[in-house]
Design a binder for this molecule. Structure first.
Ligand code: 3EB
Length: 318
């Protein structure tokens, strides 16, 4: 499996799907080919803002309600497109249908989910929309019998400028292991001060199938224990986040966790455009020079967080 930002299909590879972060708005184009997500974010650096997923396995495409998907022997890659109105209910429906589809397709592990919707820090009926989203997601996973310590996907939840709820997900058959960060409280154990239902994601998921071995790193931010550290200081937050990433890679079993992977793909979400230059200068030093880094402007799900970093790491070269 490959994730890249170029438009040229690598030879011998089959398209799983395309995530266009730089879309102007939602596309209603019928999905009768590869799944495609159009997310309205501002691209700050790293090419056209498109992320393209491939596999060397044969792929077939399908539609199930609001979900377009690509399926191969071991993988199910999907794009779920829902309204973002009553966001707890929308998230509940989306996750319920994602889990139904994976089960119907005979796929056992939910590996990774990317969640994008607008006004993520805004209130809706006295509760922040992100916290409402967490409610709906939690209920859907709980109804499906997910175990919080074993079955959660790695995830990100980031604000878009406008548009619908887009959930991009990767599921698969193989050996999937949930990895938690010893420096951070597991998000699914956050105390209720952060919302009535804790966020249902793991810090990283290691997924081994066939000859492949990947670590999917969730959106990682300047959180120690469960508290935000370095409020108002984008570089302090960046440094703490990089330390968190290294601790997570060590926990996942990387040979050289300090290096943070070879040819890793990273997405960096920055709340304020003004912080981009300083954050990029810091990460150019901290991340390995072989890294592929996409910088996106988006709201992060705690108001005091200014930057969040996620990634995909090939564990055979980490
Ligand atoms: C955090 O560590 C920061 O709700 O899916 C990061 C990654 C965060 C994923 C999610 C939230 C999510 O709590 C926020």
């Amino acid at each position: 499996m490959i994730c890249q930002t170029g438009l040229h299909t690598p030879s011998g590879q089959h398209l799983l799907g395309i995530i266009d972060h730089g879309a102007e708005g939602d596309t209603d184009a019928p999905c009768n080919g590869p799944p495609m997500a159009s997310i309205a974010m501002n691209i700050m650096g790293g090419g056209g803002g498109r992320e393209i997923w491939y596999t060397d396995q044969e792929v077939s495409y399908g539609i199930a309600g609001e979900i377009c998907y690509a399926q191969s022997d071991n993988l199910l890659f999907g794009v779920a497109h829902y309204p973002a109105n009553e966001i707890a209910q929308d998230a509940y429906q989306a996750y319920r249908n994602i889990i139904r589809l994976t089960r119907r397709a005979g796929v056992t592990q939910l590996i990774r989910a990317w969640n994008y919707f607008p006004n993520i820090n805004g209130d809706q009926a006295d509760l922040e929309r992100y916290r409402r989203f967490c409610l709906g997601r939690y209920e859907a996973l709980a109804d499906a019998g997910f175990s919080l310590a074993e079955d959660l996907p790695a995830a990100s939840a980031v604000g878009s400028r406008h548009g619908d709820l887009w959930i991009i997900f990767l599921a698969g058959n193989g050996a999937a292991r949930q990895v938690e960060n010893p420096l951070q409280t597991s998000a699914f154990r956050y105390p209720p001060t952060y919302g009535p239902r804790s966020p249902s994601f793991c810090r990283a998921k290691r997924f081994v199938y066939g000859q492949e071995d990947y670590l999917f790193v969730s959106g990682t931010a300047s959180i120690r224990g469960h508290e935000t550290v370095y409020p108002g200081d984008p570089i302090g937050q960046c440094a703490t986040t990089v330390d968190n990433l290294r601790a997570l890679l060590a926990q996942a079993g990387a040979d050289n966790p300090h290096q943070l992977g070879t040819e890793a793909t990273w997405k960096v979400y920055i709340r304020n455009t003004d912080d981009f230059r300083a954050i990029k200068a810091f990460l150019d030093q901290a991340l390995d020079p072989t890294s592929h880094i996409l910088y996106l402007c988006g709201d992060i799900c705690r108001k005091a967080l200014l930057v969040e970093i996620e990634g995909v790491i090939d564990m055979r070269q980490s």
